[in-house]
Write a protein that binds this ligand. Structure first.
Ligand code: CP
Ligand code: NVA
Length: 310
């Protein structure tokens, strides 16, 4: 009874708990099919455009491969190679691309670009990362946690570091799914107050606790999952030195991880900087599931494309 045909995905708050759960279940089912060598091509003859204003390894490859496996064709559209990079407006771009394509993914800086694209496009628009949100990553992340822990509701996820797009989408997704999320950030790098407010509002429905603190130790206490991300996201590279100083007490290392449950999962969206936000021992240790997360980008986005464009 869940039907997502024609919908956009700008952030996970666009979707109900039931719709997110449906996508996670479908992702697990499509993963099983692919591992068994079953061909499943509900998007035969369809096309998706992938607009990139920033670099990407996982998002680009998983969308291109995922589209191919579903029978669709993906077009890589680097912003600088299309007229958008020379000032053609988003609304014209959206309307033109909608005449050719069955779906559009966009990775951009300003979240308003994603919103505008969705407003003017007549085909589904998927946010492949903006400065505000990274919902595709978080779908794959909650799929990964579900696979490893067998459930989501009632688990505790600690996010240590920059209150960025990853922190935001993990909070919104956690609130929707009943996962308690504690974010520990240094002063000046807290998650967006509006997103915290929205997450807490959503969490009332599911019983999730959304906590924002300065203390990594407090956030990590009895956590089932420890998550971190780079200190300087794409677009903030020139702040690297200032951020290294601000975040020096926020590295996820063996000492900090002792506060979590002994079977905690270590997670990172990647790319990572060993020795900065995470120690080598933790990211390459036995609790780390970083490559499961990366793999699940493929399965989660296949579920998304099949549901929205099928
Ligand atoms: N995690 C993620 O989105 O990776 P890419 O930047 O390589 O796409
Ligand atoms: N917060 C990071 C995530 C990269 C996948 C960035 O925006 O660069």
């Amino acid at each position: 009874h869940v039907n997502l045909k024609g919908r956009d995905l700008l952030e996970l708050d666009d979707y109900s708990t039931e719709e997110i759960q449906y996508l996670l279940d479908l992702a697990i089912e499509l993963k099983r099919k692919q591992k068994n060598g079953e061909v499943y091509q509900p998007l035969k003859g369809k096309t998706i455009g992938l607009i990139f204003e920033k670099s990407s390894t996982r998002t680009r490859v998983s969308f291109e491969v995922g589209a191919f496996q579903l029978g669709a064709h993906a077009l890589f559209l680097s912003k600088n190679d299309i007229q958008l990079g020379r000032g053609e407006i988003i609304s014209d771009t959206a309307q033109v691309l909608s005449r050719y394509l069955d779906g559009i993914m966009i990775r951009t800086f300003g979240h308003n670009n994603v919103v505008d694209l969705a407003k003017y496009a007549t085909v589904p628009v998927i946010n492949g990362l903006s400065d505000l949100a990274h919902p595709c990553q978080v779908l794959a992340d909650y799929q990964t946690i579900l696979e490893h822990k067998g459930k989501l509701k009632g688990l505790k996820l600690a996010y240590i570091g920059d209150g960025n797009n990853m922190a935001h989408s993990l909070m919104i997704g956690g609130a929707k799914l009943g996962v308690h999320v504690s974010v520990a950030s240094p002063e000046g790098y807290e998650p967006d107050a509006e997103v915290v407010k929205a997450s807490r509002e959503i969490a009332k429905e599911t019983g999730a606790q959304i906590v924002v603190t300065r203390s990594p130790q407090e956030a990590v206490k009895d956590a089932d999952v420890i998550y971190t991300d780079v200190w300087a996201s794409m677009g903030f590279e020139e702040e690297q030195k200032i951020r290294e100083a601000a975040f020096k007490d926020y590295q996820v290392d063996e000492e900090l991880a002792k506060g979590a449950k002994s079977d905690y999962l270590f997670m990172h969206c990647l790319p990572a900087h060993r020795g900065e936000e995470v120690s080598e021992g933790v990211i390459d240790g036995k609790n780390s599931v970083i490559f499961d997360q990366a793999e699940n980008r493929l399965h989660a986005q296949k579920a998304l494309m099949a549901a929205l464009m099928g």
